[in-house]
Each structure stands twice: as structure tokens, then as C-alpha cells.
Write a protein that binds this ligand. Structure first.
Ligand SMILES: C[S@@+](CC[C@H](N)C(=O)[O-])C[C@H]1O[C@@H](n2cnc3c(N)ncnc32)[C@H](O)[C@@H]1O
Length: 251
């Protein structure tokens, strides 16, 4: 089995994710918040850097040295000052509190066990100013695909196109499985790139957080779900929404 994760390949990650509609959403939330800003699981700085273009008090934390190295390089190129820290969002400690803590792009789903999620949410609560906000987006579990991938692995090709910023087009051949007891969806990815040998990546395990359990997880950590949108434009959250885009506050 490959030990190479998608997070060991930051340029490939950046092609897969692209800028996306989450950027204006997180920028706007940051404008509204008072006090320093902390992004957990900041990755290659895809959102940390745009947010820091308007602020000088932004910190990004991630567990992956290669994602952080990429983020530091991109921030230097952009001429923005960000404190990047290697750390684990399940147990982190800063001496100050923040006006906004954010976790984008379904990154909370990396916390597979209930105790991981609770320790992360408690640490967030501890680091928020009294008027601070916790902003995050997670997937709205797609029960049709999850049901199909429980019965049999679901296989599909996803073609990713690099934009004018350079880079290359690539295809991800994906095999999905789902464990309904653990609520964990696993993606097995094979990377197909012109001019490169095909490469299997290590499985990506993502915890599915269902709509009714989310407020309870937050409450147990001293947080209250204040708003939940179905997209990054502030649309209503419905059964069809691909994401749960949320703002929570200290209780
Ligand atoms: C889907 S990426 C999101 C990156 C970035 N927030 C974005 O929107 O592009 C998930 C990130 O979570 C990081 N990560 C996974 N588990 C983590 C943990 N326990 N603590 C901190 N970072 C973690 C990975 O290294 C990766 O950079």
C-alpha cells in the first residue's frame, strides 16, 4: 500500500482544489470578525493567504510539513505575513485568543474518532474571544453514494484541470467505500498524470458528520451553531446541499 498521501503532493493538491467559491466567504467572515485569526488545517494556504492580504494578524496551523512548506513559499511570493505553525488541531495551544477560528474544506472530517472531534472543538472553544466566531465547512453526507459504496465500492474518474496559473491537467481514479458504523468514507485514489507513472495514494478516510449530530457535537464542546448555509453564497441548507457551511459561537 502506498504511504504517499495527497498532502505529500502540494502542487497536485492545489490543482485538485483550485481557488473556489469558499474564498470570498471566508474573506467576508474575517472582515466581520474582531481580533486575530487562526486557520486550523490550513494546508497550502489556499485561504490563509487571501485572508491575510487584508489583515496582519493571521496564524495557520497544519500537521503536514510539506503542506506548510508550500504555504510558506506561497505567502512569501505574495508578500503577506502569516505565522505558520506545525501542529495538531486535536491539541494545540496558543497564548492568545482569536476573533475567528476557521477550518475549511471539510478538514474536520479528518478527525475520525469522537474523542478527536471533541478535543479539537474544545481547544477551539478555549481559543475564542468571548465575541469570537468559529467558521467551518463540512460535507453534507450524500446518503445515495454512501449507500452504494457500502454495498460495493463505487469507482469513478474525476478529471482535474489546471487553470491558467500553470500546472498540468490530471485525472484521479477514485474507489469509494463506506463504513456506516464508524461513519467513515474511504477514498482510494490512483493518480493519472501525462508523462508520469500511475501512482496509488494512501487511503483518505473522512468522517461523515450528519446534519442532526453537528449541533450536539458543538454543544458538547461549549459552542452553539449560529448559522448553517447550504453553500458559500449564503443559500439555505437543504437535503440537496453539498456542504454544511457553518458559523458557531461560544455558549
Ligand atoms: C482538505 S485539506 C484543507 C487545506 C486548506 N484548509 C484548504 O482549504 O485548502 C486538509 C488539511 O488538513 C490537514 N490535517 C489533517 N489532519 C490534521 C490534524 N490532525 N491537525 C492539523 N492539520 C491536519 C492536512 O495536512 C491538510 O493540509
Amino acid at each position: 500500500m502506498s504511504e504517499l498521501s495527497i498532502y505529500d503532493l502540494p502542487p497536485v493538491y492545489d490543482v485538485i482544489m483550485g481557488p473556489g467559491p469558499c474564498e470570498p466567504f471566508y474573506r467576508e467572515q474575517a472582515r466581520r470578525s474582531g481580533g486575530p485569526i487562526l486557520e486550523l488545517a490550513c494546508g497550502t494556504g489556499r485561504l490563509t493567504i487571501p485572508v491575510a492580504e487584508e489583515r496582519d494578524d493571521v496564524t495557520g496551523l497544519d500537521i503536514s510539513p510539506s503542506m506548510l512548506a508550500s504555504a510558506r513559499g506561497k505567502a512569501n511570493e505574495a508578500g503577506v505575513s502569516i505565522q505558520f505553525v506545525k501542529g495538531d488541531m486535536r491539541s494545540f495551544s496558543f497564548e492568545r485568543r482569536f476573533g475567528m477560528v476557521f477550518v475549511s474544506c471539510n478538514s474536520l472530517a479528518h478527525l475520525l474518532r469522537a474523542e478527536d472531534m471533541q478535543s479539537c472543538l474544545r481547544a477551539i472553544r478555549t481559543h475564542l474571544l468571548p465575541e469570537g466566531i468559529f467558521v467551518f465547512d463540512i460535507v453534507n453526507p450524500d446518503i445515495v453514494t454512501l449507500g452504494r459504496s457500502f454495498a460495493d465500492p463505487v469507482e469513478q474518474d474525476c478529471e482535474m484541470s489546471a487553470d491558467e496559473g500553470g500546472g498540468e491537467d490530471l485525472t484521479i481514479r477514485e474507489r469509494l467505500t463506506y463504513d456506516p458504523v464508524a461513519q467513515i468514507r474511504t477514498a482510494h485514489w490512483r493518480l493519472l498524470r501525462a508523462g508520469h507513472p500511475d501512482r496509488d495514494l494512501s487511503p483518505l478516510h473522512l468522517r461523515q458528520i450528519f446534519p442532526q449530530e453537528l449541533p450536539m457535537l458543538l454543544n458538547a464542546a461549549g459552542l452553539r451553531l449560529d448559522e448553517r448555509f447550504g453553500d458559500f453564497e449564503g443559500g439555505r441548507f437543504t437535503a440537496e446541499s453539498a456542504n454544511q457551511v457553518c458559523v458557531a459561537r461560544p455558549v
